[in-house]
Design a protein around this ligand. Structure first.
Ligand code: FAD
Length: 539
């Protein structure tokens, strides 16, 4: 396969035109082209309202070797396409028991899927509920029901990303083709094909729910097992090696011992009780920096106008944005997890504590754009040097948010936030929220330096997107689960100093987002396959 990048065409245009341009670049005739596909497509709006798509294509051509010799060195935009991801187990040790994966978020799910495909018959355990039950629990919570500590926006089948915007882009370098493999797996199980080439692919919460369920069915069909409402509560070790775990049924409370030599800890960033267990077991962890702040809402038409030069552009999706600024006080302020046409969600997972996040449906057709605006915090902000101090810091903010909102999502207009006074009603932007909200003063929820940095950051973003700092902009809080407050250390074999323990994904500090967590899941499956023979052959 040959790859051509940087093919730029004005919108609108036909596929025929794209093909012609590619043939011209390769100096070949149409009959020499066997087939082609779009590997990537990004929007160039620098000359708005005249818009362009910039393509990367993968092409299969006759006499590829000859063409490579002739053309590749001359044209910087033409090269060999990336290899196809296909890991092969090379491990020699015998597994007495199936490998266990804790957590069915993207990291755990892709790890289990990959191990199942390689013949390891993995066991996936998830403390929360299957996705259908979970969706009912979360809807009930958003409609005023009580929070279920093991079935909520953070916990349950599909992990934290299930109720999300389903953005699938990642900054992780994809030399081995894992990122491509993740997107192809999404497509195989129900996502639209365009995610394979869109520069900013997204699927929305509705499609994610379908994909995770079908992946689970495939893991079981390949000989794996999936157990819901089953939590890892203890590690059993002998002489520095993992020998088993304790599993608790979160319905009945019953605890059972399960022997295993390999446990993948793909527990996400909100498994606070599990982090406490790991600390008790003296599993090496370090505290890490993350970021906290608020979610902001604007009208999507205002964002479209700024990004595209038109409030309702024909044939283009609701516009995204990404903003960042470094303040003189040394803090970075940036937008994060921006959801075009989305909703702010009550993403809490602990009673008496409140966290928000953003999600959207695949159509991204809600009236507001929302995004987190967050400020970096480092261990110096946490107050103690305990390894779980970052987690305690998150909890403190979430408790303050819960109090400010009287148990509902606390909301405030940006103008009132600047004046440090409670808001009483909406202005031009109507909050689009999943979960009840309450007008209040959010500023005292944050340490002064964070509140001041948020204000300064939002004001500075107005220079990039006019209207961003309007007094009517809606803020809600707190955005506290932006990444893990700890890193669970692992070596080059991806194991902890306790052999057989594989920290993985976002909670362990090795990913940030759905695709990078899924890629880390694949990487961890490869690491296991380099040590052990497939379970069904050795067993
Ligand atoms: P998680 O997805 O957090 O999964 C961990 C799983 O482990 C959970 O299901 C949990 O129940 C389970 N678990 C925890 N402890 C135990 C235990 N002891 N035993 C058994 N099971 C356990 N990212 C994006 O890239 N794009 C987005 O658009 C996006 N939007 C988001 C919107 C929302 C509302 C939220 C909350 C997050 C969003 N994210 C988004 C972040 C993304 O969801 C995470 O980065 C990703 O899910 C991390 O994957 P993970 O597998 O490492 O952990």
């Amino acid at each position: 396969m040959i790859q051509i990048s940087n093919l730029k065409l004005q919108i609108p245009h036909t596929t025929k035109r794209l093909k012609e341009k590619a043939l011209k670049q390769l100096h070949i005739r149409e009959q020499d082209l066997i087939g082609f596909r779009i590997a990537k497509r990004s929007l160039d709006a620098r000359k708005k309202p005249v818009l362009y798509y910039v393509y990367t294509l993968e092409l299969s051509v006759k006499n590829e070797a000859g063409l490579q010799k002739k053309n590749l060195p001359k044209n910087v935009n033409v090269c060999k396409a990336k290899p196809i991801y296909a890991p092969v187990p090379t491990g020699t040790e015998t597994l007495a028991h199936a490998p266990i994966i804790a957590g069915s978020g993207p990291a755990g799910l892709f790890c289990a899927y990959s191990l199942a495909k390689m013949g390891y018959a993995p066991v996936l355990v998830e403390r929360g509920e299957d996705v259908d039950t979970r969706m009912q629990d979360v809807e009930a919570f958003w409609n005023g029901g009580s929070l279920k500590p093991n079935s909520n926006v953070q916990f349950g089948e599909g992990g934290a990303g299930t109720f999300s915007d389903g953005k699938l882009n990642t900054l992780v370098h994809d030399k081995e083709g894992r990122g491509r493999a993740v997107l192809e797996t999404f497509v195989k199980f129900g996502a639209p094909k365009k995610i394979l080439y869109d520069n900013k692919p997204h699927v929305g919460t509705d499609i994610l729910a379908v994909v995770v369920k079908r992946m689970r069915e495939e893991i079981c069909r390949l000989g794996g097992q999936v157990h819901f409402h089953t939590q890892v509560t203890e590690l059993l070790t002998e002489e520095g090696k993992l020998t088993g775990i304790k599993l608790q049924d979160t319905h009945s409370g019953e605890v059972t011992d399960k022997p295993t030599q390999a446990l993948v800890l793909a527990i996400g960033h909100s498994a606070r009780d599990t982090f406490e267990m790991l600390k008790r077991k003296e599993i090496p962890m370090t505290t890490k920096a993350f970021a906290v702040g608020v979610r902001v809402e604007h009208k999507q038409s205002m964002i479209n106008e700024n990004q595209y030069g038109s409030a309702q552009p024909d044939g283009l999706p609701a516009a995204p944005y990404k903003l960042t600024v470094n303040l003189e006080n040394g803090r970075g302020v940036y937008t994060f997890c921006m959801c075009p046409g989305g909703y702010v969600v009550n993403a809490s997972s602990e009673a008496g504590r409140l966290a928000v996040n953003g999600m959207s449906y695949s159509g991204r057709d809600g009236q507001n754009a929302n995004s987190a605006v967050i400020v970096t915090v480092t261990p110096e902000d946490y107050g103690t040097d305990d390894v779980l101090a970052g987690m305690a810091f998150q909890r403190k903010l979430e408790e303050a948010a819960y109090r400010a909102g009287e148990g509902k999502i606390p909301v405030q207009l940006f103008g009132d936030f600047c004046e440090d006074k409670a808001s009483e009603a909406e202005g031009r932007v109507t909050p689009q929220m999943k979960g009840a909200y309450h007008w209040t003063n959010l500023r005292p929820v944050f340490p002064e330096v964070i509140a001041d940095s948020l204000e300064e950051g939002i004001r500075s973003f107005d220079q990039k997107i006019k209207g961003y700092a309007d007094a009517d902009t809606v803020l809600s809080g707190v955005e506290s689960r932006t990444s893990s407050p700890v890193r669970i250390l692992r070596d080059e074999t991806l194991q902890s100093s306790v052999r057989g323990l594989y920290p993985c994904g976002e909670g362990a500090g090795y990913a940030g987002g759905i695709t990078s967590a899924a890629m880390d899941g694949l990487k961890t499956a490869e690491a296991i396959s380099r040590v052990y023979r497939p379970f069904d052959i050795s067993g």
